[in-house]
Write a protein that binds this ligand. Structure first.
Ligand code: FAD
Length: 305
């Protein structure tokens, strides 16, 4: 109930405008958002990669129908990738891109063209792009764009959300040689008709999807903080005789950081998803929706300002 309310609020422009410009939200937001600028992103990336972690960078600013902002978002990603290339971070850090930030609501062709530009810049920086998965209504278009992009950029990463009833079927389609697939639970509100809503059912779907991806020929990216699922992922890797460099774990910046380092210390590849930028509202609200205790921390920061 609370989760649905927070996800609903994440779509409300009014609250967004108030909170994004409010100085008092800083400390709690900074737990999940690595800073505002490309320099902040590069600094945090440098720190994490020096500790043996991999990174994927999300330049916040999703869900726009404004052509000027779409162009600015694409330019920003290109500048970020140039920065990664210049500093040699491209071999350890990739980017995560939301199609809603680069024009999907203005047309699939435009989003594809923009994604191509970002993929070209990523290639020049010796790195890759993963297309985040967003609302369930955008899944088919996103997978079509992944498919098109992979003709020229076979290393483009796809994301499957285990809470979707079609997730296992999509994993089977994507478990081919060279296919990078991030598996997450799913962070958006989705109706019962298309998604499991019960935690137990989502977890079971996650395990079924992991089994398909780990047994397949692709490169699974196990994106979860769930200790039980991480253990199952590790066991499936052993069962399928996978070497440590044929799959990776992924977690969000600011969540279970000690576990990220523990897994990396054991020789696993661990990638940290680092979001940065001033438009943090939707991203932050999804993090609140995932864990009610985050909401208490946030509420306290408002009261004690
Ligand atoms: P949960 O059962 O939610 O959490 C397991 C445990 O992890 C919790 O008990 C808690 O200890 C910890 N935890 C989880 N979330 C939080 C939090 N917010 N604050 C503090 N502790 C927490 N979703 C999409 O829909 N599309 C995407 O493209 C996408 N990309 C992602 C990329 C990465 C690298 C990761 C890690 C997640 C991504 N997600 C994405 C979000 C994902 O769908 C889940 O909403 C999120 O990961 C929480 O689910 P969980 O698997 O960690 O399991």
């Amino acid at each position: 109930m609370l989760r649905q309310a927070l996800l609903f609020a994440s779509r409300k422009g009014g609250a967004r405008r108030i909170l994004e410009t409010a100085p008092f939200t800083g400390d709690v937001v900074r737990r999940f958002v690595a800073g505002e600028t490309i320099e902040d992103a590069a600094r945090v990336t440098g720190d994490l990669t020096a500790e043996g972690l991999l990174v994927t960078l999300d330049a916040l600013g999703e869900d726009t129908e404004d052509g000027g902002r779409v162009e600015a978002n694409v330019d920003h990603y290109v500048a970020l990738l140039e920065r990664l290339g210049e500093s040699g971070l491209g071999t350890r850090a990739e980017v995560s891109v939301k199609l809603s930030a680069i024009g999907l609501s203005l047309g699939e062709e435009l989003a594809l063209e923009n994604a191509r530009r970002i993929c070209g810049a990523a290639r020049s920086a010796s790195t890759t792009v993963t297309l985040d998965m967003e609302e369930h209504t955008a899944v088919d278009a996103t997978l079509r764009i992944v498919h098109e992009l992979r003709r020229d950029f076979p290393d483009v990463g796809a994301v499957i959300q285990a809470y979707l009833r079609r997730a296992e079927e999509h994993c089977a389609e994507l478990a081919y040689e060279g296919s990078r697939v991030r598996l997450c639970k799913g962070a958006y509100a989705a109706p019962d008709a298309v998604a499991f809503t019960d935690k137990e059912e989502i977890d079971k779907s996650y395990v079924r999807c992991m089994k398909v991806l780990m047994a397949g020929k692709g490169y699974p990216m196990i994106a979860t903080h769930d200790a039980r699922l991480i253990d199952i992922g590790g066991a499936l890797a052993v069962l399928n005789e996978r070497d440590a460099d044929t799959f990776e774990y992924q977690m969000l910046y600011g969540i279970r950081s000690a576990e990220q380092r523990r897994l990396a210390g054991k020789g696993a590849q661990v990638r940290v998803y680092v979001a940065y930028g001033s438009e943090w509202y939707e991203y932050f609200m999804r993090r609140l929706a995932e864990r009610p205790s985050n909401l208490k921390l946030f509420a306290r920061s408002l009261v004690h300002r």
